[in-house]
Design a protein around this ligand. Structure first.
Ligand code: KG4
Ligand code: ZN
Length: 367
């Protein structure tokens, strides 16, 4: 490969993880993770059963400088040694996004380095290239706390939506089900652990959208069915484990069906272009081992090569943000120091330049 590797500092503060990392590499990867520091805020949020935006933003402010210093330290580098500074600019909880983006701007200004305003969903989308190195195009399943989408990833900033949830995101369904079972936040890992000792056939839960045309998802009916069972009577420990296992099995079935539909669309659209058909899963829920096992079997049966980042790169982290910044900077893309944070920023618009703060404020004010 001719290109010189770039070294990027990445900052992630869009939800309840304060994270910073240094990554080095050349697209299409794999990249080298020189450091990857992630500090969760579970203790701060757990009394409330979910993430409280104001608490999250404040917690990011309190620790971010230290997390960035640790990331540089562990990589054995100073700011002068990096080629650019990337931060999540959205979508996410706006207070937290502002904390990370403003810090990145200050560091970029002080060190005279380019700023790269990263779309958090694109950071998830490209995490398989960071971890394993894989070429475009690929079929992407993005499953996190706020998102559930199937799309074709054609290139950096180029995504074609095949299907999305029409109500809850799958991570949200895990978190709400966990709450109903009296488990702490975040619910995904808790449900996964509990399901290990449960019987998945015990409760007949619905499989919303199964066999439906297109590749959209729905999870609210599943959550409602769980709520109904919880209301009907007192659940003992084994009942709870059975319900967790039954819920997880329903999610696995729904995902498999919707992915199969998307694979059919992908085959039609990319059949001739590419000998290898590739499938990538990303986002926090892709850390789930039952889902990972299903993906392995499904890809084998459908003739797709599965590229799955390790669990630690599925849940929010700074390395994926650094890598997305690295991919963009490699293409000559960087952002102005007045780039605006965005609460909403669909991945299909990842390539639209981030607006500057003044025009964004005008938009917010209805000007
Ligand atoms: O990507 P992520 O860390 O943050 C967002 O961008 O949303 O995803 C967080 C979501 C939460 O809903 C969490 O419960 C879920 O991912 N999650 C899991 C697992 N680990 C995290 N869901 C199921 N099984 C897991 N092992
Ligand atoms: Zn995320």
């Amino acid at each position: 490969m001719g290109a010189n590797p770039l070294t990027i500092l990445g900052i992630e503060t869009s939800c309840d993880e304060t994270a910073a990392a240094i990554v080095r590499g050349v697209p299409p990867g794999p990249g080298t993770i020189l450091s990857n520091v992630v500090l969760g805020q579970i203790a701060e949020h757990s009394p409330y059963g979910g993430v409280v935006p104001e608490i999250a933003a404040r917690a990011h402010v309190e620790v971010l400088d230290d997390i960035v210093a640790r990331a540089l330290d562990e990589a054995g580098l100073g700011l002068a040694d990096v080629d650019g500074i990337a931060a999540t600019a959205g979508p996410g909880l706006i207070g937290g996004v502002m904390v990370g983006l403003v810090s990145a701007k200050a560091l970029a200004l002080a060190a005279g380095k380019p700023l790269i305003a990263v779309n958090h969903l694109e950071a998830h989308a490209l995490s398989a290239r960071l971890a394993l190195g894989c070429e475009f195009p690929f079929l992407l399943l993005l499953i996190s706390g706020g998102h559930c989408q199937l799309m074709a990833a054609e290139g950096v900033g180029r995504y074609r939506l095949y299907g999305a949830t029409i109500d809850d995101a799958v991570g949200e369904a895990f978190d709400k089900t966990a709450k109903l079972l009296g488990l702490p936040y975040p619910g995904g890992p808790q449900i996964e652990a509990l399901a290990r000792t449960g019987r998945a056939r015990r409760y007949a839960l619905p499989r919303p959208m199964l066999g439906r045309e297109g590749a959209d998802f729905s999870f609210s009916g599943l959550k409602t069915a769980v709520r109904q069972i919880v209301r009907e009577g007192t659940l003992g420990a084994q009942d709870k484990a059975d319900l967790a296992a039954s819920f997880q099995a329903a999610v696995v079935d729904v995902l498999a069906d919707r992915i199969r539909a998307a694979m059919q669309i992908f085959r039609t659209e990319f059949g001739k272009e590419n000998g290898t058909r590739r499938f990538v899963a990303a986002g926090g829920v892709a850390a789930n081992s039952a889902i990972r096992k299903m993906l392995d079997t499904l890809c084998g049966a459908e003739g797709f090569v599965l590229s799955l980042p390790p669990p630690a790169l599925c849940t929010d982290n700074g390395a994926m943000v650094a890598w997305a910044g690295l991919e963009r900077l490699s293409l000559g893309l960087s952002d102005p120091l007045d780039a605006a944070p965005r609460a909403r920023w669909p991945l299909q618009q990842a390539d639209e330049p981030v607006q500057n703060t003044i025009s964004r404020l005008g938009e917010l004010a209805g000007l």
